[in-house]
Design a protein around this ligand. Structure first.
Ligand SMILES: [Cu+2]
Length: 147
């Protein structure tokens, strides 16, 4: 019995210990191309408890969770423009986020937490505007097929 308790406590500690931090870059001229505003990478797959840091590599970008584009129970998140942002993901599911000033372009990204794609239909039903519509479709296909 004491051994089981030990194993249990060890597993809890291990979860904390092995929590990862993943970086996503916010670019204005990605790949040296002018006005190629986007996140890199576009999709990240992480475990519960992991943290994403969005690096303000080039100015004028931020991170904002899309309304209805996050798992149930997740609150709003909107970071300051031109600053690094950080968020620890504790609830599994797919998160869709945009850059507030450039949401009609390609500044759209996804985080998949805990290999959980159960809210994929919600993600598909979101209103993506302008150029991001086609781009979102490609990324969602990628999520469906490769994650
Ligand atoms: Cu932007």
């Amino acid at each position: 019995m004491r051994f089981l308790l030990f194993v249990f406590l060890f597993l809890i500690a291990a979860t904390q210990l092995f929590a990862k931090t993943v970086e996503v870059e916010m670019w204005t001229n990605f790949n040296g191309e002018k006005k190629n505003q986007r996140y890199e990478p576009l999709i990240v797959s992480i475990d519960e408890g992991d943290t994403v840091i969005w690096k303000s590599v080039e100015k004028s970008h931020n991170v904002e969770f899309m309304t209805g584009g996050v798992p149930e129970g997740v609150g709003e998140f909107k970071s300051k423009i031109s600053q690094d942002a950080e968020y620890t993901f504790t609830i599994p599911g797919i998160y869709a986020y945009i850059c507030s000033p450039h949401k009609t372009g390609k500044m759209l990204g996804f985080v998949i937490v805990g290999n959980d794609k159960s809210n994929l239909d919600d993600i598909k039903a979101l209103k993506y505007r302008g150029m991001s519509k086609k781009f979102a479709k490609q990324l969602i296909e990628d999520i469906e097929n490769n994650y």
